[in-house]
Design a protein around this ligand. Structure first.
Ligand code: COA
Ligand code: AMP
Length: 629
């Protein structure tokens, strides 16, 4: 069966399509049907089923006789460590950790925050939560204490599982002081924490609150898998929205299992036992879906890579990992390849390794620029498939269904809509647009299994953010077009979200931090083009009159403030002081024009601009930091 037949088959009978996909999951109680639409426009999938995620990701493979198969390969060029964990070992470790969490009172429905670097224990912590039906929320290690505190207050976790430290090239990330600071700042206090002590930095534990990862498992009864209903939240993952308050994307258990399992063969073209590698971080959705759950649910071997594309130790690391571990499908962000290409433009390091095991490269997380795709195709000698999705969807909205039928690649397009997604381009009034016309990208409701049913604690925000602009559709926040052949093109965000090195960040959140500085009267943050990271944030500051301050000092304080409050991941390094910001007559800051000026692009003077002369001032200010050339 080809793509078209499959997609049309789904469209004709979505319930039959998803019930068939659901046969690959081991249910405690099977679902009676796929879609539950009684609460439309909020939808649920496989709601009346009983199932356990951890059982499907771990135990069932052991019971099927595949316990000796490698589940996780840990490869850490940063610590010079490599080891393998079989499915049987993983089952023992996860059951023990879950048992210890249960002994301390963690039960079905309780939230557990996980703040860990790229070590196998991060996956074990996630799986131990799903074993108990507890709802985990993983927080990326590059976020600072304040961001962690915000998530603690929203998710109100019973426990927090953390490592003593993370390791960035040349720098130890002191997780424990960050964790202590976050708990101190947060209004909600967890009952206890579990600390995985790494030998690179052993943290001091607070008696009766902090428990040692190994110590607290001693003598406990291993936990069995606890069945949950199909709509039970498997996890919450916070992502950037327009304001400083992150959105808690909820992932429903059953749809997540069915959809991810479906993607492993149909999109990533791997069979059980094949090695699949996503070079991302468990703190992002790619890490949830394709380092942890997807590959394990379908019985693959996954790689936990603690390193960077360059510098650990060189730009050949990815090729070493691929060849050494026999990787069949590889997934990374375009930024990582741009970093490698910059260091090794001729791909010489690739030739040091035999990467003939690799069948295809998958890119997502940000726009894949044609240069990078062409370079990868040429130097790696495999097809390069761009695919487009979001934290909210949890899996590809558009991609190249290589496991069904590899469609011709059109560079610049993440190819076509996957079954489950009726993707349309809408004008401002919500009317479908013609092929080739640029508009808002929306998906006709219902979204397929595995996608977000709501936001944690914020159903109204869910409706307002995604369902209100275009009634009957999910608003993706991306703009683009579909060509005559049905290929999708993603052009830009329609909101204040920017994408820095494949990391989704909110300029609104950064503006809140800037505005909090005592000398700042007004501010704006924009995302300018960056050759390596795709985009980079730049801040504009108008100082209070009478703030007799050295401007360079204020800029330094602002840069530190963003790093301390949001975290190093914001990569906020550039800011300028200006007298005023360009605005419309009604007072709206013209951020779009500022981006164009910074990028040296053409722009049209908006008719509504209050004072066009300000644009020249902005240009001059940007030139002082090497932009607007
Ligand atoms: N914990 C703590 N700090 C982290 C971190 C983590 N898990 N991840 C990143 N940081 C820090 C970095 O150390 C850096 O700090 P610095 O300002 O002290 O240098 C800062 O956050 C910015 O990181 P990043 O934007 O990643 O830039 P970089 O210069 O360190 O590396 C690349 C550049 C291109 C090599 C890197 O961005 C990369 O590997 N990108 C791939 C991104 C990716 O896989 N994204 C996942 C989306 S699918
Ligand atoms: P995240 O939720 O962090 O995965 O970020 C999702 C956003 O990243 C999308 O809404 C897009 O703006 C962008 N994005 C992800 N994948 C792609 C892609 N293949 N092409 C263009 N943009 C992408």
């Amino acid at each position: 069966m080809g793509y078209k037949e499959l997609y049309d088959g789904w469209k004709q009978d979505p319930d039959a399509f998803w019930m068939k996909a659901a046969e690959a999951i081991d249910w405690v109680e099977k679902p009676s049907k796929a879609l539950f639409d009684d609460n439309a426009p909020l939808y649920e999938w496989f709601k009346d089923a009983q199932v356990n995620t951890c059982y499907n990701a771990v135990d069932r493979h052991v019971e099927a006789g595949n316990g000796a198969r490698t589940a996780i390969i840990y490869d850490s060029p940063i610590t010079d460590t490599k080891h393998k964990i079989s499915y049987a070992e993983l089952q023992t470790r996860v059951a023990s950790l879950a048992g210890a969490l249960r002994a301390k009172g963690v039960e079905k429905g309780d939230r557990v925050i996980i703040y860990m670097p790229m070590v196998p224990e991060a996956l074990e912590a996630m799986l131990a939560c799903s074993r108990l039906g507890a709802i985990h929320s993983v927080v990326f290690g590059g976020f600072a204490a304040h961001e962690l505190a915000v998530r603690i207050d929203d998710a109100t976790p019973k426990a927090i599982i953390a490592a003593s430290c993370g390791l960035e090239p040349g720098r130890v990330v002191h997780y424990k002081p960050l964790l202590d600071g976050a708990i101190e700042q947060a209004t909600h206090k967890p009952d206890f924490t579990v600390i995985f002590q790494r030998e690179q930095e052993v943290a001091a534990l607070i008696p009766d609150r902090d428990f040692d990862w190994h110590g607290f498992q001693a003598g406990v009864e291993p936990a069995e898998c606890v069945p949950v209903s199909g709509d039970h939240p498997a996890y919450i993952l916070y992502t950037s929205g327009t304001t400083g308050a992150p959105k808690g994307v909820v992932r429903p258990t059953a749809g997540h299992l069915v959809a991810l399992n479906w993607t492993m063969k149909n999109i990533y073209d791997v069979d059980p036992g094949d090695v699949f590698w996503a070079a991302s971080d468990v703190g992002w959705v790619v890490g949830h879906s394709y380092i942890c759950y997807g590959p394990l649910i379908s019985g693959n071997t996954t790689i936990v890579f603690e390193g960077k594309p360059i510098g650990t130790p060189d730009a050949g690391t990815f090729w070493r990992v691929i060849s050494e571990h026999n990787v069949r499908s590889f997934f990374t962000a375009p930024t990582a390849l741009r970093a490698i290409k910059r260091e090794d433009p001729k791909g010489l390091l690739i030739k040091d390794y035999d990467i003939s095991c690799l069948r295809a490269l998958y890119l997502a997380g940000e726009r894949a620029d044609p240069d990078t795709i062409e370079w990868a195709q040429r130097e790696m000698g495999v097809p390069v498939y761009d695919h487009w999705w979001q934290t909210e969807s949890g899996w590809a909205i558009a991609g190249n269904p290589a496991g069904i039928e590899a469609l011709p690649v059109k560079i610049g397009s993440p190819t076509v809509a996957m079954p489950g997604y009726d993707v349309q381009i809408l004008d401002e009034g919500g009317h479908p647009m013609k092929p080739g016309e640029l508009g808002a990208i929306a998906v006709k409701l219902p979204l397929p299994p595995g996608t977000l049913p709501t936001l944690w604690n914020a159903e109204e925000r869910f409706r307002k953010s995604y369902l209100t602009t275009f009634p009957g559709y999910y608003e993706t926040g991306d703009a683009g077009m579909i060509d005559e052949d049905g290929y999708l093109y993603i052009m830009a965000r329609t909101d204040d979200v920017i994408n820095v090195a494949g990391h989704r960040l909110s300029t609104g959140a950064m503006e809140e931090v800037l505005a909090g500085h005592p000398d700042v009267a007004e501010c704006a943050v924009i995302g300018v083009s960056d050759a390596l990271k795709g985009q980079a944030p730049v801040g504009f500051l108008c100082l209070n009159s009478g703030a007799d301050r050295d401007e360079a000092e204020v800029v330094k304080e602002i840069v530190k403030r963003v790093r301390d409050q949001i975290g190093p991941v914001a990569a906020f390094k550039l800011a300028v002081v200006v007298d005023r910001l360009p605005k419309t007559r009604s007072g709206k800051i013209l951020r779009g024009i500022m981006v164009k000026i910074a990028d040296g692009a053409e722009y049209k003077m908006p008719a509504t601009i209050d004072d066009p002369a300000i644009l020249d001032e902005i240009k001059v200010a940007l030139q002082t930091i090497g932009l607007a050339k």
